[in-house]
Design a protein around this ligand. Sequence first.
Ligand SMILES: [Zn+2]
Ligand SMILES: [Zn+2]
Ligand SMILES: [Zn+2]
Length: 359
Amino acid sequence: MPIFCGTRRITAVEIRVDARFGSVFSYPMELRKDPITRSWVITGDDPVDGNARQRGACPFCPDSPNAAQIISTQMGSQGAAWAARAVVHPTPLYRIEGDPGRRGDGLYDRMRSVGAHEVLVENPNHQRHLWQATDREIEQFLRLAAERILDLKNDARIKYVSLFKDYGSHAGQEFEHPTSQLTATMFVPRRVLYELRASREYFLSKERCVFCDILNQEERQAVRVVEARGDYVALCPYAPRVPYETWILPRTHEAGFERTALVRPDMLGELAAILRRTLQRIRTVGEDFHLVLHTSPNSLHPSKTLGFWKTIEDDYHWHIEMLPVIGSKSRSYTFKEVYYSPVTSEAAVKHLRAAKIEG
Ligand SMILES: [Zn+2]
Ligand SMILES: [Zn+2]
Ligand SMILES: [Zn+2]
């Protein structure tokens, strides 16, 4: 979601990036910067039918003959070998080795797709999705996500780590097995960059965090809050991009999700519960959805344009965004240019609050 929308059709077959880069590495894709919007896009020609790699045994099930390369594992309980694990994406968009080789091309900018692309296997069970799992299982998945983000942020070349999940054929789901994905990039994805700029400007003028202010007002007005549970609040944003868009935010101000997970591990159980319950609610309006975690950028990589992250700890506030994909209500053109939501947040929240959920 942060950088590619819709169904991704990239295959294991790699193409060699422009020989002028003069590298021994081959990359499946390259990054190009749009000089008008200043956002990076990932592009390359895909020579083979992307569905080819879906054949054969699931690479994420335990004991799979096609097993993907394991990066890290969260131990299981009650006899299970493992609870959640991170593996290398079978056909990664980003590769960790090499130099991005950023260079100009006339007035344009381009670089190799250096970074990391991992699949986070949410559960060893092929049929057990996040909204069906136990809170303990979801907690293990969240802990894994936090540990992977922290680990990738140790690489000072990485500017941002995105965690996202696309569920359902209309949302560009890639694998049948319950999975999320993680990309570590040399740039900050466009939507997050908008948020970082806006949060910083808000903080500079008001000396307050815009997300804390949103939470305070929403809790006071109580017209768009879906549920408040422990330290977490699920709400429908005032200006939704799609019908039933829902965010989960911690009440305690914190810029980075991964820190909450490690400094306050007790909070992960509460987050797991509200995430599971919110997904159950959202799935009463449609099957498919996008989910994305917005956390702080890598402060090891200083940003000149954003003041070297000087106020980032105070101005940014991590959160999870969920965007249901409802075919009958989508408008392809307006979705890209001006978001169009034919259901207001105030109406959406009534439906989501009343949704029948378990536990
Ligand atoms: Zn599987
Ligand atoms: Zn805040
Ligand atoms: Zn956000």
